[in-house]
Write a protein that binds this ligand. Structure first.
Ligand SMILES: Cc1cc2nc3c(=O)[nH]c(=O)nc-3n(C[C@H](O)[C@H](O)[C@H](O)COP(=O)(O)OP(=O)(O)OC[C@H]3O[C@@H](n4cnc5c(N)ncnc54)[C@H](O)[C@@H]3O)c2cc1C
Length: 509
């Protein structure tokens, strides 16, 4: 019996060594799956290897009792008016997804005023801010003008880059006329632009309400929020019906329908090299060979572990270890045995609520996401799925096991107490609760410090200075939140699109 097993496994190994893929993708984050779907649709043979039991990285859900929790997605910006739509179409999933546009982009509860922002209605927001800050009218209008201009420039850039090489070359010659802001924006800090528009700290905070979607400080390149912000404010924030996982499932289906494979529970342990080129990958049980490798896993995993034997890794690690890693988030996933109306009637038709200026040394700003108000499949009738999210710090959680668990309980109680005015008696209704800390995020995705948007988007690391999607090791590419252009659902998918384009072009040569 043992001999037969040995014989069969060797046959299996042999046949797989012969099997050559066009592209192997390490990890099934959105960046990797997007690249995979585009290449598979172009007829390339694609294999995705994922270490987790399900695909998607952060773009997944989990179930506890009757509650379904979206790991990550609050909303993604700009489906209709930005290049995001073109990318979804190129992947073949635009028509498969249903985009839910909640009534409000967000609601902000500040210590001295509140703001309900209608989704995709920029004029309404401008008016409300001018009423709140009448002396700052010029600054408000300038800010939104820059936001609009930047969003348009980025769109033109995307369209030109996606067209023929000749057209793009002509576009680049005239770039200072077409995209002046885009060209300088990665070299200027966001704080400087905010200061140019207004000196009022209160207004600056209101203009940067969605800051948590990009960074944990305003010391980032001014390009970043303007790119994402254009979509959120001028088009709207969208949730995906049945959760962010649906994007993953749709991409996976495209890969599989086009003769590709997405295999879970398979951790890549090594990238195989030969003559200074990447030629395949190795899991615990076998090796797979291919033309091109795309890492959806972070560059730290690639150079510290998967390419530990490659001579060039030391230099790459020196580079990335000097770079700043972007923000981590914590998210508390709560299933409540009560309707939102019963918990607090004021939130009965709310989705994203930003509670700002809390009186605490650490928890100043907290986001409440009433998921079951935007996705009725998340909880049964009369019950609620609420996610509480905040920017966090990995070091706070880097503790021995028992202390870590104790800290989770203590912090949870503290947060409930802090939110008492808005969610009275919340604890009484809790049926299930899971506290996802940056350590949890790191455990599930391998992303250093649980970073959700890859490297920080600060000046020197953003825009044209972003971590490159092509490794100095031939045939190896990166497609994830860590690389160009940025993190988030849209950012990671753009990264995947850019890498697919590079690889398609290299196959044509
Ligand atoms: C709480 C939270 C809220 C968020 N909210 C939003 C939001 O509202 N809007 C938005 O746009 N974005 C949001 N994000 C961010 C967004 O989810 C991420 O930026 C994006 O999904 C990252 O995609 P990625 O391609 O970098 O891959 P990741 O999601 O990082 O996935 C990497 C994958 O690689 C796998 N992997 C790693 N190493 C290996 C290996 N050796 N072998 C095989 N597989 C491996 C991992 O298991 C993982 O599946 C949020 C994130 C979090 C955590």
């Amino acid at each position: 019996m043992i001999a037969l097993d040995y014989f069969l496994s060797n046959i299996f190994l042999f046949t797989n060594k012969m099997k050559k893929y066009d592209a192997i993708i390490i990890g099934s984050g959105l960046g990797g799956l997007t690249a995979g779907a585009i290449l598979a649709r172009e007829g390339k043979k694609v294999l995705v290897l994922e270490k987790h039991y399900q695909a998607g990285g952060f773009a997944t859900s989990f179930q506890r009792k009757e509650f379904k929790f979206d790991i990550a997605l609050h909303q993604t910006g700009g489906i209709e008016k930005t290049f995001h739509k073109d990318i979804l179409q190129k992947c073949g999933i635009y028509d498969e997804l249903e985009f839910v546009k909640h009534k409000y982009l967000y609601e902000a509860i500040n210590p001295d005023y509140e703001l309900r922002v209608k989704n995709g209605d920029i004029e309404d927001l401008k008016k409300k801010l001018i009423v709140q800050f009448p002396k700052e009218k010029k600054g408000i209008l300038l800010w939104f003008f820059l936001l609009w201009k930047m969003g348009r420039e980025f769109y033109w850039w995307d369209k030109a880059a996606a067209s023929s090489k000749i057209f793009f070359a002509i576009f680049l010659c005239f770039a200072p006329f077409f995209i002046p802001l885009l060209m300088v924006s990665h070299k200027i800090s966001l704080q400087k632009i905010l200061n140019l528009c207004t000196k009022s700290k209160k207004l600056q905070e209101a203009l940067m309400q969605l800051k948590g979607y990009y960074a944990d400080s305003l010391d980032i390149a001014y390009q970043i929020p303007f790119i994402g912000g254009y979509g959120y404010y001028f088009d709207g924030g969208y949730y995906i019906k049945n959760g962010g996982q649906n994007v993953t499932l749709a991409l996976k289906e495209v890969i599989e329908k086009n003769d590709g494979e997405v295999l879970n529970n398979l951790e890549v342990e090594k990238i195989l090299t030969e003559d200074g080129k990447a030629i395949g990958v190795k899991t615990k049980k076998q090796s797979y060979y291919c033309e091109k490798i795309i890492a959806s896993a972070s560059p730290f995993i690639v150079y510290e572990k998967l390419l530990a034997d490659w001579a060039g890794s030391r230099q790459e690690l020196e580079k990335i270890n000097k770079m700043e890693v972007g923000p981590s988030l914590s998210q508390i996933y709560i299933g409540l045995d009560a309707s939102v109306e019963k918990i607090n009637k004021r939130f009965e038709d709310s989705y994203l609520v930003f509670v700002n200026g809390l009186k605490d040394d650490f928890y100043k700003d907290i986001i409440l996401a009433f998921h079951s108000n935007v996705d009725t499949s998340a909880a049964p009738e009369g019950k609620t799925v609420l996610c509480i999210t905040f920017l966090d710090n990995y070091k706070r959680w880097d503790l021995p096991k028992e202390e870590y668990k104790r800290k989770k309980d203590e912090e949870l109680k503290k947060i409930f107490r802090l939110l008492q005015d808005y969610l009275p008696d919340l604890e009484k209704y809790v049926e299930v609760v899971e506290f996802g800390t940056p350590k949890t995020m790191e455990r599930y995705t391998g992303n250093k410090f649980g970073a959700v948007y890859g490297f920080s988007q600060k000046v020197g690391q953003a825009g044209f200075d972003r971590f490159k999607n092509q490794s100095p090791l031939e045939n190896l590419y990166f497609a994830s939140a860590w690389t160009r252009p940025c993190g988030g659902f849209e950012g990671a998918m753009r990264a995947g699109y850019e890498v697919a384009k590079l690889i398609s072009e290299s196959f044509k040569k």
